[in-house]
Design a binder for this molecule. Structure first.
Ligand code: SAM
Length: 306
């Protein structure tokens, strides 16, 4: 076994009193953009790692878990095969890659505020986007996603919110509010769905997930939380499907496998009927925390990640 002292270490604080470490082989790039601090590193266990403002976004080895979990439960719960999708944020291009697996899709718009981050991902994270930016169905826009949603008149069958957490000084603070989700609701087709990455679901760090869930319940008739373990984050991670019609919790394992066979081109390595069942079967303490939550994030009082 290699001596741990032979490595440099990257330390991520997950809460103010907890964290975890990754051994770093090399830093590929480090930059300060107009919006955030970016690092792309090569780790000893997970290959390349994208870090924004000190927080891990994804790793080469297990990004398929995060990105398949973020996209497929929503894309499989639209009432008709999805024709159009909007990715909000999504820097690495891997969320875009997953939506493009649907043969029915004719248009995918990705709106990320930070063109410099996207360019760095294009250049250094080919393993993640795998050419998604060059797909002829893709339109890449560099602007604030809320400003884009305010002005567009287009409707989408699926919207994925793949944003950094709303840090106090960060670019995403006003994109986790009830008003923002209502704007997404207006831009979804009647049988459309959205998914959102909603932070940690580990004990003692649930409050972001439960507040987002509670906020979405004010806007959508169907709100279904689910979780999966993302090992480079060192914690279970929460996601939420919000839908106007179909409740993914009512889709059984066979239905999901059938829909994947019908709708998805290429292979999925994480999501299938059994994974779907497992992810939506939330444990008791988490269900209780969701039921007990009263906070609603609003423009006047937005949720800030501490
Ligand atoms: N996988 C991630 C995680 O674990 O949090 C999130 C993926 S992605 C790298 C987040 C992207 O959101 C970044 O590229 C960032 O530039 C983008 N972003 C932040 N604020 C935004 C805004 N207001 N409008 C559009 N994109 C935004």
């Amino acid at each position: 076994m290699t001596n741990p002292q032979a490595y440099k270490w990257f330390f991520e604080t997950t809460t103010p009193v907890e964290g975890h470490m990754h051994a770093i082989k090399r830093t590929i790039v480090e930059a300060q953009t107009k919006f955030q601090h970016v690092e792309i590193m090569e780790t000893a266990s997970y290959g390349k790692l994208l870090v924004l403002d000190g927080r891990i976004q994804s790793s080469q080895a297990d990004e398929f878990i995060y990105h398949e979990a973020l996209v497929h439960p929503g894309m499989l719960a639209t009432d008709l095969p999805p024709r159009s999708a909007l990715v909000i944020g999504g820097g690495e291009g891997a969320t875009l890659r997953e939506v493009l697996k649907y043969g029915s899709l004719t248009r995918a718009v990705m709106v990320d505020i930070d063109g410099e981050v996207v360019e760095l991902c294009k250049k250094h994270l080919e393993e993640m986007h795998r050419g998604a930016f060059d797909d002829k169905r893709t339109e890449l826009r560099t602007e604030d996603a809320r400003a884009y949603l305010d002005k567009t008149t287009e409707h989408f069958d699926f919207v994925s919110v793949d944003l950094v957490e709303p840090l106090e000084e960060g670019p995403a603070c006003m994109l986790f509010t009830k008003e923002f989700y209502a704007l997404i609701g207006e831009r979804l087709t009647p049988g459309g769905t959205m998914t959102v990455q909603a932070g940690m679901t580990k004990i003692n760090a649930l409050s972001f997930f439960t507040a987002i869930h509670r906020t979405l319940r004010d806007v959508f008739p169907v709100v279904a939380g689910y979780q999966t373990f993302v090992s480079c984050f060192g914690t279970p991670w929460g996601f939420i499907v919000a839908s106007k019609k179909i409740d993914p919790r009512r889709q059984d394992s066979q239905t999901i496998d059938k829909l994947i066979a019908e709708r998805v081109g290429g292979t999925l390595t994480y999501w299938d009927g059994l994974t779907h069942q497992h992810a939506f079967a939330l444990p008791k303490f988490l269900r209780q925390a969701l039921d007990a939550e009263t906070r609603v994030s609003t423009d006047a009082n937005p949720l800030i990640f501490a």
